[in-house]
Design a binder for this molecule. Structure first.
Ligand SMILES: Nc1ncnc2c1ncn2[C@@H]1O[C@H](COP(=O)(O)OP(=O)(O)OP(=O)(O)O)[C@@H](O)[C@H]1O
Ligand SMILES: [Mg+2]
Length: 410
């Protein structure tokens, strides 16, 4: 698929952006903090309903505005669809498909598909399990939108169940047996719900991982052929972990979760915490015999994070989809070999958007349309704008005058 048009209204630093897009490569060039990533973030939000940078929506709404709008005209296998998402401060967000309001936001999932690679992705390797769970879940939901509802409901069940555990723990401490018996009954109901939803999520993640794993392993080998082989595995945190091949069966996972909930109930009540379920699991990344986290070098970490994204791209393709590839400020960080490997992949993708502070950071082989992004105005009127658009083939030597903050222009 590709985007033919992108429209931003009061999205972060953009009061208004109307950007015509074409298949092939588009680069957004501009100095630090001028609003390039904001554009890629907006596309990512249309694709996954969440930002790759922030947990809530508020920071994406332009300071002083009440609503941010992201709209796109998407072209997919001969069909064109308009999709629009309104992020509202203080009330529910809204979505439209071909100008008709959607009942649920998730109705727009799948219209825009994207794979984004950004410096923040280093946290996939180095960061906490939550970062890796988020990547798995995002990818899972983009490919199977129905699981998005399960994910939202799971979070809500988890919140309510945790509140109940805290009150159970209080009732028991105060020796109120009637009250604690009632709480325990209610807890049984929540356990059932947690196990049912949790099982679908665990099964969905493991099913995803079985398909993703060989693609990531291959992508890593392509990027870092001299390194030890990369591998990934799901860490299902229950006492008796069944064989991974059985874990794609939600009924079996549900039974395992229920048994584990029974086994750990005392502990959960004592600590007032939900200790069982997919919110405790992890995606283990390893290089050779060692976990990547804590052992991988800087370059290996970059390669692994990039391989996870390129593997995701290949997974979409294996499904017959062609997501937009969003590369945020990544070429400057890569050595020559990895730049070339990434440029090779990008050259074969239907649509790629690249941001860079300096034009020369983008490999010469990736010709396309270039837009210059600048921040203008003062105070409340400070905002991003596009000043110049031209085919990259027309580029002269004027990049030499651009302020460079990265040193070596090779
Ligand atoms: N909600 C908002 N309202 C107004 N401006 C915002 C908002 N959120 C972010 N900005 C502005 O957007 C700018 C950052 O934009 P962005 O992250 O896209 O920069 P960038 O061009 O990618 O920079 P870099 O090259 O450093 O990555 C900052 O100047 C920030 O003040
Ligand atoms: Mg940026």
């Amino acid at each position: 698929m590709h985007l033919r048009h992108l429209r931003l209204l009061d999205f972060r630093s953009w009061p208004l952006l109307e950007l015509d897009l074409e298949p092939g490569v588009t680069t957004l060039i501009g100095r630090n903090g001028h609003g390039k990533t904001n554009v890629l973030e907006a596309i990512g939000v249309l694709a996954s309903l969440r930002s790759h940078r922030v947990a809530g929506d508020a920071p994406m709404i332009r300071t002083g505005a009440g609503t941010a709008l992201v709209g796109a005209l998407a072209h997919n296998a001969g069909r064109e669809l308009t999709v629009e998402l309104a992020l509202n401060s203080g009330k529910a967000n809204r979505a439209r498909l071909n100008t008709s309001p959607c009942r649920r936001l998730s109705d727009i999932l799948g219209v825009v598909q994207s794979v984004l690679f950004a410096p923040e992705d280093l946290a996939l390797v180095r960061g906490e399990p939550a970062e890796r769970r988020r990547v798995l879940d995002e990818l899972m939901v983009q490919r199977r939108p129905s699981l998005g509802g399960d994910l939202t409901e799971y979070s809500s069940v988890l919140r309510q169940r945790t509140a109940l555990l805290k009150s159970a723990s209080g009732a028991m401490r105060r020796g109120r047996s009637e009250e604690s018996a009632a709480v325990l009954d209610t807890l049984d109901v929540w356990d059932g719900r947690l196990a049912e939803l949790g099982a679908r999520l665990v099964a969905g993640r493991i099913d995803l991982l079985r398909q993703l794993r060989p693609l990531v392993v291959d992508a890593y080998r392509g990027l870092a052929p001299e390194s030890r082989p990369a591998d990934l595995a799901y860490r299902f945190r229950v006492a008796d972990t069944p064989d991974e091949s059985e874990l794609t069966d939600p009924e079996l996972v549900e039974a395992v979760l229920l048994a584990e909930l029974g086994r750990r109930r005392r502990d959960e009540i004592d600590r007032g915490m939900s200790l069982v379920g997919p919110h405790r699991d992890d995606l283990l990344l390893s290089l050779g015999e060692e976990p990547a986290k804590g052992f991988a070098s800087h370059g290996e970490t970059w390669s692994f994070a990039l391989a996870l994204r390129l593997g995701s791209l290949e997974l979409f393709r294996a499904d017959g989809a062609e997501p937009v590839l969003l590369l945020d400020d990544v070429f400057a960080e890569l050595d020559r070999h990895r730049r070339a490997a990434l440029a090779d992949v990008a050259a074969g993708v239907e649509q790629v958007l690249i941001t860079a502070a300096v034009g020369e950071d983008v490999p010469a082989g990736l010709r396309g349309v270039r837009h210059d992004v600048v921040m203008t105005g003062e105070g409340r009127d400070r905002h991003s704008a596009m000043t110049l658009s031209r085919p990259r083939d027309d580029e002269g030597d004027d990049d030499e005058n651009t302020d460079t903050e990265s040193g070596d222009p090779t």
